[in-house]
Design a protein around this ligand. Structure first.
Ligand code: FAQ
Length: 311
């Protein structure tokens, strides 16, 4: 009966035994995973757009090759995650419809524009840096397919982070103008990067339950603090300044204190009113519509092949 199934599920969670697709799971556990994994997949795919904007204008062949590879990696992460999500009994087409209709969210960070080449550095350094901070613990998430997908994703993400930091380092060791570009990119990406970790714990609807289920291993505020703590020395090494006058080492806490995040901006962006929300969703919708003939051709081909095999 349901009670013993639920007991068995809870026992596995308590013992850190992975939940697999064919195992019984509470309906809300399934729903929470579909919500989080699909949001994550959408973020990877929408996240290709801000950087793709610079592939044709990369300053050298080497930079162009790296940018192309990074954006391709993100496509791979998205497909990986859609597959993990499908193991929960939902169709990819449904997930895409929810993205296109605005029902499903994707990370707030990808609703900001990439104005200069330095943004490619800042995204790699900060956005991928924040992504890793959040995703390394997800390698231990209780749902098997999600946790396993995260292992590979994190390896690639850490390479992305380093290539971003190296772009920043090159700019910061360059001309006055290049250093200014790097500072300007840090100024624009710092606060939105902190927002990636989600609302403060006191305002987070899902954290408590997701921690109990072993989906999340740290709270939003804990991960945000870790990110601030590792980023400050990196900014010092680059010789640029984090745009927060309240950022200060707190000896007692053993952490950096930092200023108040503009939560009004965050909630506004996740409601669909950020600088690029409309542009991003339009781009995804157009790509889907323009790709219809490919999907139709692939389906027709598969059908023909199946018929041939039968004959
Ligand atoms: N943006 O109760 P919580 C990448 C929503 S990295 C938009 O705290 P939860 C790699 C949340 O969905 C970025 N919405 O929620 C890359 C919920 O709304 P709902 C993707 C946000 O789930 C790098 C509501 O607020 N990474 O793509 C955000 O427990 C460079 C209440 O929040 C992941 O998705 C936000 N920032 O914690 C690609 C990681 N924060 O659904 C290209 C996996 C919160 O009830 C270039 N996800 N919301 O309507 C997670 O770890 C979690 O889902 C959190 C949010 C931590 C994001």
């Amino acid at each position: 009966d349901i009670k013993s199934l639920e007991d068995r599920f809870n026992e596995k969670i308590d013992k850190d035994i992975r939940i697999e697709p064919k195992d019984w799971m509470p309906e809300n556990y399934r729903k929470t995973l579909i919500r989080q994994i699909s949001q994550h997949a959408h973020s990877e795919i929408v996240g290709m757009l801000p950087e793709a904007n610079w592939i044709t204008r990369a300053p050298s062949l080497r930079r162009k090759a790296a940018a192309l590879a990074k954006v391709q990696d993100e496509a791979g992460h998205g497909l990986y995650l859609y597959s993990a999500c499908e193991t929960l009994g939902i169709e990819r087409d449904q997930l895409l419809q929810d993205l296109h209709s605005g029902k499903a969210k994707y990370s707030s960070i990808f609703n900001y524009p990439t104005l200069t080449w330095a943004d490619m550095g800042a995204i790699g350094w900060l956005v991928d840096g924040a992504a890793i901070m959040n995703q390394v613990p997800l390698c231990r998430a209780s749902y098997g397919p999600y946790a396993r997908a995260m292992v590979r994703v994190c390896k690639e993400e850490s390479f992305h982070q380093r290539q971003g930091f190296e772009i920043m380092l090159t700019l910061c060791r360059g001309s006055e103008e290049q250093k200014k570009m790097a500072q300007d990119a840090l100024n624009r990406w710092w606060w939105p990067s902190l927002m990636m970790f989600g609302p403060q714990d006191k305002d987070s609807t899902h954290t408590e339950q997701s921690m109990r289920w072993g989906i999340k291993r740290f709270t939003n505020d804990e991960l945000r603090q870790k990110f601030v703590d590792v980023s400050k020395p990196q900014a010092d090494l680059l010789g640029i300044t984090i745009p927060d006058k309240d950022l200060k080492w707190n000896e007692e806490r053993g952490h950096y204190d930092f200023g108040e995040i503009n939560w009004e901006e965050f909630f506004n962006v996740i409601k669909g009113n950020g600088p690029c929300n409309k542009q991003r969703v339009d781009a995804r919708r157009n790509a889907y519509d323009n790709g219809a003939w490919v999907r139709e051709a692939a389906a027709a081909h598969a059908e023909k092949k199946a018929k041939k095999q039968q004959a």
